[in-house]
Design a binder for this molecule. Structure first.
Ligand SMILES: NC(=O)c1ccc[n+]([C@@H]2O[C@H](COP(=O)([O-])OP(=O)(O)OC[C@H]3O[C@@H](n4cnc5c(N)ncnc54)[C@H](O)[C@@H]3O)[C@@H](O)[C@H]2O)c1
Ligand SMILES: [Zn+2]
Length: 355
């Protein structure tokens, strides 16, 4: 069992526990002081794991379950509203707990419900996807607006994060790919030898213990950044590596065919080009291609529309696009990039990736 603590100075501290089969021992790690518990999971995850969780918690009174449709489309105002209705119909009070059982979509949505219902109640993240090693730590919760990703949200930290690494074995390949988008990001932000290791990973044959190790390293990095800068005034901005273009792609494709992490990998390749890091860029491009990342989608998108989305990104300031770039692996910085330069680079990038 790996146990680490996230310490947000002046705000809160919570444990992240990571272990194989952890879901069978939840009773030990979830306090019995909550008046009732609402477990929210999407249908895929509920079919696989809801019974395990409710069985373990069945000695507690007042357990409610809500199954929501899978997919980024559910991280919406409509489902936020429905979940609030459900909380009210279950009479959840201030001492109640919401459990977000699932990937980042469920974590962000259920977390935002917890952040706002009765001005905020407790929640626990039980992440089930590789990607959620990132989203479950750090307290950012949100829903999407049709104008852009995560435009409505809050900072609300979980009471705990309980990660059962056994559950990543049931992830479809596309979702492993998506998760590795954030893993690659964490490696590039921190450690060249880790990046080298990942460039050896074949996601089709991903071994659980290697994935678990990557998750633990990712959580450690994310926790250390969030501890230094909870509200993204400084170093937390680095976690947006690859995300300016990724969010533009996702918005342009209406959160459809490309997953978040797949878009992040495309965004990171582009950021490495802008950074002039040719060697890493080329290695990542080959790795992404070999592992089935949908690089070709960029070819179909209009660069002017992508640029418009980038300008509307919530990280843009007064319409200026700030980009996370790298001096070297482990040395990120933020720089303003001119629109003309971006447009030119996007055109070039499109031509290169569709070759
Ligand atoms: N809050 C943050 O700091 C933060 C950080 C990164 C990403 N995010 C958000 O996370 C979301 C993406 O997360 P995601 O990729 O986990 O998406 P997701 O929750 O939609 O899960 C992806 C798919 O995998 C399925 N799934 C999840 N766990 C499974 C398992 N163990 N076995 C089988 N299938 C499983 C889900 O049902 C879904 O179909 C995006 O909305 C993104 O904006 C948030
Ligand atoms: Zn992300």
């Amino acid at each position: 069992m790996e146990r680490l603590q996230v310490n947000i100075p002046g705000t809160t501290a919570y444990d992240v526990m990571i272990a194989d089969g952890l879901r069978r021992e939840l009773n030990e790690y979830i306090a019995d002081s909550y008046s009732s518990i609402l477990i929210i999971a999407d249908r895929h995850v509920a079919d696989l794991y809801m019974d395990d969780i409710t069985n373990v918690l069945k000695t507690r009174g007042n357990i409610f379950c809500k199954v929501i449709p899978p997919g980024e489309g559910t991280k919406s105002m409509e489902w936020y509203d429905r979940l609030l209705d459900y909380c009210i119909s279950c009479n959840l009070d201030r001492k109640s707990l919401i459990i977000a059982l699932g990937g980042g979509m469920t974590g962000d949505l259920a977390g935002f419900v917890a952040a706002t219902y009765l001005r905020g109640i407790s929640y626990i993240q039980i992440p089930t996807s590789i990607l959620a090693h990132d989203s479950s730590v750090g307290g950012k919760v949100a829903i999407n607006h049709k104008a852009g990703k995560n435009l409505i949200g809050a900072f609300h930290h979980p009471d705990k994060v309980l990660f059962d690494t056994e559950m990543i074995d049931s992830l479809p390949l596309k979702e492993k790919r998506s998760g590795y988008g954030e893993v690659v990001k964490h490696a590039l932000l921190s450690d060249k030898s880790w990046f080298d290791e990942i460039m050896e990973r074949e996601l089709k044959e991903l071994e659980n213990h290697k994935a678990a190790r990557d998750l633990i390293r990712g959580v450690r990095l994310k926790a250390s950044i969030v501890e230094q800068d909870e509200k993204e005034a400084g170093v937390r901005k680095y976690l947006n590596l690859g995300h300016t273009l990724a969010h533009a792609i996702e918005t342009e494709l209406d959160y459809g065919s490309v997953t978040h992490g797949e878009a992040v990998v495309i965004g990171i390749i582009f950021a490495l080009s802008l950074s002039g890091m040719e060697e890493e860029r080329n290695r990542l491009l080959v790795w992404a291609d070999n592992n089935g990342y949908p690089l070709e989608v960029v070819g179909e998108l209009d660069e002017r529309k992508l640029l418009e989305h980038m300008k509307r990104d919530k990280k843009a300031e007064r319409g200026k696009i700030n980009y996370v770039l790298l001096q070297a692996v482990g040395s990120p910085y933020v720089s303003h990039v001119e629109e003309d330069e971006l447009l030119h680079a996007l055109k070039q990038f499109k031509n290169e990736v569709i070759e």
